[in-house]
Design a protein around this ligand. Structure first.
Ligand SMILES: [Zn+2]
Length: 339
């Protein structure tokens, strides 16, 4: 469930750099207070995000980890979707909830638990500037089990992407710096996702033409494409191929284990591009040349409410988990495929 909550009204036009100093304890407290709303029986997690709307009004929103309604109802909470859990993580839920509301670029994220590498990759790709973690998150069971991924990957991704990381003690009103932002440093991002302005009217035929155009551009490499609506109601194509997350290059990519790597997949990058800018994605015009990963499918169904997906080759996927997830979602009539 999404709660858009203007927790702390501020005057318009206030610069982003001032916001965390005014609000970090309250935003962290908002996330902590929201934790019981998580329907997860054991890993209850919440995250809050503070940023600015288009007109400069500050916004903040809070999310928990949750099962997309369609998945909970038609498949069940106990079943994995391919090789992913059926839940959308709280941090990624926050990011995706900004779509159409406000841009995630230069926001601050507040989390109750140590974030996994996938969520941190999404933060890096969507331009999150600061990550605050509640001090209690470091000592929970969850942290003891998953702390390795945080230390070995999540933190390193933050460092490369120049995301400041802070441990927050709410009651004592104290903040400990884990990773400081390096001033004047911008992370390498060799191939940013590409955007081309289209036009004011959209049709299936036009969408097909755009796919063909992008296919030529990517020369056989897997890619994904969506159409975003900017505030001026002009449709833009956003397309992307798999790419190391900001701060990494092909030479420095890290393969943590089979679960995580520092590569971002095409459809995920397309979604994070819309998140970065706060633009809407049209749920009926999403294309992927190959079958998306299980994680991408769950996030897309959960946050974008996608029920239709156009796929170039339904037999190809990064891994077998994606193929299996797609079959589950199609069999449960959650999404229909167009080829
Ligand atoms: Zn996560």
């Amino acid at each position: 469930m999404l709660l858009i909550n203007r927790l702390i009204p501020r005057p318009k036009g206030l610069s982003m750099s001032l916001m965390p100093e005014m609000s970090e304890y309250e935003l962290m407290q908002a996330a902590v207070d929201y934790v019981p709303k998580s329907e997860h029986p054991t890993n209850k997690v919440a995250a809050a995000l503070g940023g600015l709307e288009y007109n400069g009004t500050p916004f903040s929103l809070v999310e928990t980890n949750y099962w997309p309604k369609a998945i909970a109802k038609k498949i069940g909470r106990d079943i994995r979707i391919g090789n992913a859990s059926g839940t959308v993580h709280a941090e990624t839920a926050c990011l995706l909830a900004t779509i159409g509301n406000g841009q995630a670029n230069r926001t601050s994220m507040y989390v109750t638990d140590l974030p996994c590498p996938n969520c941190v990759k999404n933060m890096a790709e969507s331009g999150v500037r600061k990550l605050y973690i509640d001090h209690k998150g470091f000592t929970k069971d969850f942290a003891l089990r998953r702390g390795g991924h945080f230390e070995n990957m999540s933190l390193r991704i933050c460092e490369k992407a120049n995301i400041g990381v802070y441990k927050i003690f709410r009651k004592e009103k104290r903040i400990e710096t884990i990773l400081e932002i390096q001033k004047g440093f911008s992370p390498v991002n060799i191939k940013p996702s590409c955007v081309s302005v289209v036009h004011k009217k959209l049709s299936r035929k036009k969408f097909r033409d755009l796919i063909e155009q992008e296919k030529e551009f990517y020369e056989g490499r897997p890619f994904a494409m969506a159409l975003e609506t900017s505030p001026g109601k002009i449709y833009n194509t956003i397309s992307a191929e798999a790419h190391p997350c900001p701060g990494y290059t092909e030479q420095t990519i890290e393969q943590g284990d089979e679960k995580y790597s520092t590569i971002l997949q095409p459809l995920n990058r397309v979604m994070m591009r819309a998140v970065r800018n706060g633009h809407m994605i049209s749920p009926h015009y999403i294309y992927s040349s190959h079958v998306p990963t299980a994680r991408e499918l769950v996030d897309m169904v959960g946050m974008l409410g996608v029920t239709k997906l156009t796929i170039g080759d339904v037999t190809k996927s990064r891994d077998a988990g994606g193929l299996q997830a797609l079959k589950q979602l199609v069999d449960a009539k959650i999404i229909t495929i167009k080829t």
